[in-house]
Design a protein around this ligand. Structure first.
Ligand code: NDP
Ligand code: GDR
Length: 358
């Protein structure tokens, strides 16, 4: 008889945590997650997975905890005895990290160490495999295009610097204690569950409200930034594949294509049958309606619907990210099910439904 594998996910209430929990449950895992105590409910993304603890064979369980507290990390890992830990918990907003740099260093950097030490102290080094949510923000200012597993790092935010510590402490524990610990260097990935302050979701939600005449204008920061955007569902599959390998290694997960923020805005409007044109430069650039091919939407040609607000600029910016996923595609046999057009369509459909309900 085979026993159920146990996984522990930090950050289970976030975008990736929710998709990964679904994937692991489908694969027959017993899934444990760490959630933070909050004054209002923060489990909307995983409520559909909840099982009443009084039922038999409960395979989904949440534990209260926080990555800034070693005591609860040790207690939960001791109780669960997981086969796999996925560390997705983090203050993940790059701009906000400039406002709370010390907190981010503690949670996104030292938080990784707390889990690795817990595994070691509890004598689970040979049992528990560890996945760390590393990021393309490690590359920061462009050193090489496209970026691979060997491109030098040059982070450009307190978030990126904290994640750099996380990356290296994983590598160090792998070498020092022979732990099965991997870094997934994931490029931006989005979905209808993406947090509403990240640029893609901010755009799709605003476009939905604009076409339904619930909002006049979308204010954005740097329209020139270019990102390699994939779909979160494809990316959580890569996390799992990394921990099923014979040997622990680090992998870049990306689409290999890059798109500017400006073009993402155009794609979101185009999904609603609206052609947008940008005029002006830098702080004075605006997006205006050029054509409206959808009779459901009453938008006058020439109306300004996008403006730049420099408050959204970052003290130091990451201009261009484009990853080379060849290693993951050949070694993990990982592939993409979504392209950017399909993802924008899914996000727009979701946000139009929400806007209509409101
Ligand atoms: P989200 O912001 O959607 O989720 C972050 C999760 O971390 C939430 O569950 C959040 O809890 C939790 N969290 C925040 N602070 C703490 C803390 N102090 N202790 C415990 N948990 C905490 O991020 P994503 O799902 O998008 O990303 C998952 C991980 O992958 C993050 O580590 C992120 O930095 C990294 N990453 C993300 C990429 C992306 O494009 N999405 C790309 C590369 C890396 P709560 O719900 O209570 O806020
Ligand atoms: P990023 O994602 O910083 O790449 O980090 P975000 O969507 O926040 O920004 C992407 C780019 O868009 C520009 N931008 C704006 N960004 C936001 N949030 N709001 C705006 O109004 C706006 N206008 C322009 C930004 O300047 C930036 O260049 C995400 C997070 O998920 C990290 O946790 C993860 O590690 C990286 O992706 C890979």
């Amino acid at each position: 008889m085979t026993t159920m594998k146990k996984a522990l996910i930090t950050g289970i209430t976030g975008q990736d945590g929710s998709y990964l929990a679904e994937l692991l449950l489908e694969k027959g895992y017993e899934v444990h997650g760490i959630k933070r105590r909050a004054s209002s409910f923060n489990t909307q993304r995983i409520d559909h997975l909840y099982v009443d603890l009084h039922e038999e064979n409960v395979n989904f369980k949440l534990h209260y905890g926080d990555l800034s507290d070693a005591t609860n990390i040790i207690r939960i890992i001791q109780e669960v005895q997981p086969d796999e830990i996925y560390n997705l918990g983090a203050m993940s907003h790059v701009k906000v990290s400039f406002d709370s740099p010390e907190y981010v260093a503690n949670v996104d950097g030292v938080g990784v160490l707390r889990i690795l030490e817990a595994i070691r102290i509890l004598g689970l080094t040979h049992k528990t495999k560890f996945y760390q949510a590393s990021t393309s923000e490690l590359y920061g200012s462009v050193q090489e295009v496209p970026q691979t597993e060997t491109t030098p790092f040059y982070p450009r935010s307190p978030y990126g610097v904290a994640k750099l510590y996380g990356f290296w402490i994983v590598k160090n524990y792998r070498e020092a204690y022979n732990m099965f610990a991997c870094n997934g260097i994931l490029f931006n990935h989005e979905s209808p569950r993406r947090g509403e302050t990240f640029v893609t979701r901010k755009i799709t939600m605003a476009v939905a409200r604009i076409v339904l005449a619930e909002q006049d204008c979308l204010f954005l920061g740097n329209l020139d930034a270019q990102r390699d955007w994939g779909h979160a569902k494809d990316y959580v599959r890569a996390m799992w594949l990394m921990l099923q390998q014979e040997q622990p290694e680090d992998f870049v997960i990306a689409t290999g294509k890059t798109t500017s923020v400006r073009d993402f805005v155009k794609m979101a409007f185009a999904e609603c049958g609206i052609e947008l044109e940008f005029t002006g430069a830098s702080e004075n650039e605006v997006g205006k309606i050029k054509k409206c091919n959808n009779p459901d939407y009453q938008l006058a040609i020439g109306t300004t619907v996008v403006k730049v607000d420099t408050n959204y600029y970052r003290p130091t910016e990451v201009d261009l990210l484009i990853g080379n996923p060849t290693k993951a595609m050949t070694q993990l046999n990982w592939s993409l099910e979504y392209d950017l057009v399909a993802m924008v369509k899914e996000m727009m459909g979701n946000d139009l439904e929400i806007a209509k309900k409101n």
